[in-house]
Design a protein around this ligand. Structure first.
Ligand code: SAM
Length: 204
């Protein structure tokens, strides 16, 4: 399974889905073939959107829009996929939403802040896992409107479901532990190592 297939496992059956930052259009293609009655492929870059237009040519019920986040997405959607961006960029995009669709998020960095924003702003994180593909680790999240349990520092750092066994999370932790152990053991590195050990208890 690759990164695109992994994030697509989170998409529920739905009427209208928007793929924000669709670029190549692979997520949109999966959605229209498998789980959405209608797809809006959107990207802030007209050049990127063109790639999706080419891939999805001939598909009925797929529309295309150049849009910064949801700015030009004129309909309310059931599901929004935002992947392949940093957590802060995703956070900035969702913080401008005026309603709450199901969110499928694929973040590369700053996932702590993203999780914190979601739980503090009326989202329930119902799926949250780490995934390794082609030399990089990603965090994939599905959030629905609702209330989350108050998360700890460990939940925000390594995922709400860090107690569930995940070989990708285990290799991430071992990788991080090895790197940090080679650095100077400052207070913050020691704190990070303690967090890693806490999660490793559940993963080995
Ligand atoms: C690395 S690609 C990710 C493509 C695809 N979503 C994926 O997961 O493979 C990031 C895409 O996000 C688009 N993008 C960046 N900022 C955006 C924004 N504010 N609104 C919409 N699209 C954005 C870029 O133009 C680019 O096509």
């Amino acid at each position: 399974m690759d990164r695109i297939q992994a994030i697509c496992t989170l998409i529920p059956p739905c009427d209208v889905l928007v793929d924000v930052g669709c670029d190549h259009g692979l997520v949109s293609l999966y959605a229209i073939q498998n789980c959405a009655k209608e797809v809006i492929a959107s990207d802030v870059s007209a050049g990127s959107l063109k790639k999706a237009q080419q891939l999805l040519e001939g598909y009925k019920n797929v529309s295309f829009v150049v849009s910064d986040g949801f700015d030009n997405v004129e309909r309310e959607v059931d599901v929004a996929v935002i992947s392949g961006m940093g957590g802060r960029k995703i956070l900035e995009i969702i913080s401008r939403l005026t309603y709450k669709p199901t969110l499928i998020l694929g973040a590369q960095h700053n996932v702590y802040e993203l999780r914190q924003y979601l739980v503090e702003n009326g989202w329930n994180i119902e799926k949250d896992f780490c995934f390794f593909d082609r030399g990089k680790y990603y965090d994939f999240i599905r959030a629905v409107p609702g209330k989350s349990e108050t998360p700890t520092h460990v939940h925000l750092s390594f995922g709400i479901y860090y107690k569930q066994k995940n070989e990708h999370l285990l290799s991430f932790l071992l990788d991080q532990k090895r790197k940090i152990s080679g650095y100077k053991l400052t207070e913050s590195n020691l704190q990070r190592l303690a967090l890693i050990e806490e999660v490793l208890k559940w993963q080995v």
